[in-house]
Design a protein around this ligand. Structure first.
Ligand code: S3P
Length: 434
């Protein structure tokens, strides 16, 4: 039986919220700590299903990981050559980041591995990683159409490549760089649109000699990682739902504490400001080498915009939230250049367009975007397609709707934001389990 939510008109949002740790940073922290020489402590680790699946995989390949308290991990690194074969398939759950980064890492090991995922992940394209990895010498079999499971044949000598990404994808870049750590010679990745650079920043923090600038990364194979402690900032992509909710619910004012503001993640902040949102940054500092600040968001009337295409990679996970902001604006919002949204945890263009139509709005879809015509939201039954971000987006739409919004199949919210409903109701949402 699936779990559903009922969302309805709630209170103005008020209070100070601590958003859980960043998913991208948490995945990488556990991976790189596992490969390091020595013991690393991770603070602020996201206790989500995705990141826990990655930690569980490293336990299966011989890495001892302690959990002395929630959101803290002590990882006893085994060195780049210390991983051991697992006794069966490795389950990445819902996590594209887990599967794609691990593909690069495990392709370079002496042993074979099989990476599997849940129903959603099993439909997501993997050729984008297996193609460059094969060019490096890796051997990975997929299902028909380049889909998971990934059957990785270890023991292949890898050679560095100079690779230009075909899609703007930090996951593909990271897979190639991780394989590059084991390759003969230099590995270079070039990106037409710069994507999040956590892999580059964090490899450097683990002592790897890596050259990088927006759109470019180069490392030499054969390097070792030195243990280091990692402080994970709060996840901007989780904060995004509250930025939108407080912007569109009258009389709201929220403070989101110490949110990670890596410029490759904060496209939504720029888009919302173009729409007229009132969001200020306070107490700016650095947290584990990443810029962080409190975000203070107050209700403001929003106008529709044409989302600048250059912002799309920097807000790739934020479109479900943006669609809801667009629904509450005073004029249409146009999204283009976002075809990648069709191959996320769900087809997010279709899921958002269909859901908003169910709630009474007009949404015109194109292959790479949509035009959202704002209007009064009605109650109705919408499907999250098992996608965490679609579920959270419609829980916000429900706060503005004239009737109850039933959001179907919300269990996957636990992949990235396990305490979302508690934080949301604490702030003023009307949201309950059906
Ligand atoms: C991620 C990269 C993005 C993003 C995902 C996390 C990462 O995917 O959508 O949620 O941690 O590298 P792509 O790199 O495939 O765009």
């Amino acid at each position: 039986m699936t779990q559903d939510w009922i969302a309805s008109a709630g209170q103005p949002l008020r209070g100070t919220l601590d958003i859980p740790g960043d998913k991208s940073v948490s995945h990488r922290a556990v991976m790189f700590a596992a490969l390091a020489d020595g013991t690393s402590t991770i603070d602020g680790f996201l206790e989500g299903e995705d990141t826990r699946a990655t930690a569980a995989i490293f336990s299966r390949v011989g890495v001892r990981i302690e959990t002395p308290s929630p959101s803290r991990r002590i990882v006893h690194g085994v060195g780049v050559d210390g991983l051991k074969p697992a006794d069966g398939d490795l389950d990445c759950g819902n996590a594209g980041t887990g599967m794609r980064l691990l593909a690069g890492l495990l392709a370079a090991q002496r042993f074979d591995s099989v990476l599997v995922g849940d129903v959603s992940l099993s439909k997501r394209p993997m050729r984008r990683v297996t193609a460059p990895l094969s060019t490096m010498g890796a051997r990975i079999d997929t299902e028909e159409g380049g889909l998971p499971p990934l059957r990785i044949h270890g023991g292949q000598p890898l050679t560095g490549i100079d690779y230009t990404l075909e899609v703007a994808s930090a996951q593909v870049k990271s897979a190639v760089l991780l394989a590059g750590l084991y390759a003969d010679g230099d590995t270079v990745v070039r990106e037409p649109h710069p994507t999040r650079d956590y892999t580059e920043r964090m490899l450097k923090a683990f002592g790897v000699d890596i050259d990088f600038s927006p759109g470019f990364a180069r490392l030499r194979g054969g390097q070792r990682l030195a243990a280091t402690d990692i402080a994970v900032p709060a996840d901007f992509s989780s904060a995004a739902f509250f930025l939108v909710a407080a912007s569109i619910i009258p009389d709201s004012e929220l403070r989101l504490r110490a949110v990670g503001l890596n410029p490759r993640r904060t496209g939504l902040l720029q888009a919302l400001r173009l729409m007229g949102a009132d969001i200020t940054e306070e107490n700016a500092s650095e947290h584990g080498g990443e810029p962080v600040a409190d975000l203070v968001v107050r209700h403001a009337p929003l106008r529709g915009i044409a989302v600048p295409e250059a912002l799309v990679p920097d807000m790739i996970d934020e479109f479900p939230a943006l669609f809801v902001a667009a629904a509450a604006a005073d004029s249409p919002t146009v999204v283009r250049g976002a075809a990648e949204l069709r191959v996320k945890e769900s087809d997010r263009l279709a899921a958002m367009a269909n859901g908003l139509r169910t709630l009474g709005l007009r949404v015109d879809e194109t292959p790479d975007g949509a035009t959202i015509f704002p209007g009064e939201l009605q109650g109705g039954v919408v499907d999250s397609h098992g996608d965490h971000r679609i579920a959270m987006a419609f829980s916000i739409a429900g706060q503005l709707a004239k009737g109850e919004v039933r959001v179907g199949d919300v269990a996957n919210v636990a992949t990235s934001f396990p305490n979302y409903d508690a934080l949301a109701t604490g702030a003023g949402f009307a949201l309950r389990k059906a």
